[in-house]
Design a protein around this ligand. Structure first.
Ligand code: HPA
Length: 263
């Protein structure tokens, strides 16, 4: 059985596109998750707003482990996530979408793993292909069909936040090969990998990163750009979900050498 989840980031706290929607919650070892369950085009969809229903949970306090474990327990096999990012190049503009294929982790003090030793053991998950190629392919095709500016590939530098970066940090991230900067893909993508769930994120560029922009950054700017584009990002997601085949995938066997992930 397959089940798709959307993890909605900034500006995607609610989706009006699902039918037969009901609210639900699920306790996990790490805490409670709150989500919506509905249908779209005959497919059952779980919708989880990463920052809470009222956007009250900042990036560094999100309970990433509860979210991913909860989705796994619900039987989710593929996650389509959204993230807001700043662009570190002028070629990619606010309003464009990016489908990252790599990340660089600059977070600190986040719980990045289900495997903290003890009863859960020690696992070193392969991260060669962090984002699921099949979920990404569906998003690429959806972008083409809809005529949206979708950049296929890019390196997402993840910071802890909640502050924005200094221009010196952005210069360093550029030199390290980063394309966009945001605060949420890590550890979400790592935990999904450990939980053997297909996962990709569509990043919406909301602003030029610090020092690339002519002006200081504000959260209002990020929110405004997301609001303007929330209809487009939702159409992109829903069309990608229509196109997505949900066949078996390597992501679902990433822990085979450890006997698989035990939810
Ligand atoms: N930096 C970090 N996170 C972000 C940004 C940014 O410029 N824009 C949206 N999320």
């Amino acid at each position: 059985m397959s089940l798709i989840a959307i993890i909605g980031g900034t500006g995607v706290c609610d989706t009006k596109l699902l039918q037969n929607v009901r609210q639900d919650r699920l306790p996990t070892f790490y805490g409670m998750i709150h989500y919506l369950r509905g249908t779209y085009g005959g497919k059952e969809i779980i919708f989880l707003p990463r920052h809470g229903k009222m956007h009250s949970i900042p990036p560094h306090l999100i309970n990433y482990r509860a979210n991913i474990l909860g989705l796994k327990r619900l039987g989710v096999t593929a996650v389509f996530a959204t993230t807001a990012v700043g662009t570190m190049t002028r070629e990619r503009k606010p309003g464009d979408f990016v489908l990252p294929d790599q990340f660089i982790d600059f977070t600190n003090s986040r719980h990045e793993s289900f495997f903290d030793g003890g009863a859960n053991g020690v696992v070193h998950v392969d991260m060669t292909t962090p984002y699921c190629p099949k979920v990404r392919a569906a998003l690429v095709k959806a972008g083409e069909d809809l005529g949206y500016p979708v950049h296929n590939g890019g390196t997402y530098v993840c910071t802890s936040g909640p502050r924005f970066e200094t221009p010196a940090e952005i210069r360093m991230f550029r030199q390290l090969g980063g394309d966009v900067v945001g605060m949420t893909t890590v550890p979400e993508v790592c935990l999904a990998k450990e939980a053997e769930i297909c996962y990709a994120t569509v990043s919406m560029i909301t602003n030029y990163a610090a020092g690339i922009a002519d002006q200081p950054q504000t959260h209002a700017e990020v929110n405004e750009r997301m609001e303007e584009n929330s209809r487009r990002i939702q159409s992109l997601l829903m069309h990608a979900i229509e196109l997505y085949g949900d066949d078996d995938c390597e992501c679902r066997h990433g822990l085979a050498e450890y006997g698989g992930f035990k939810a």
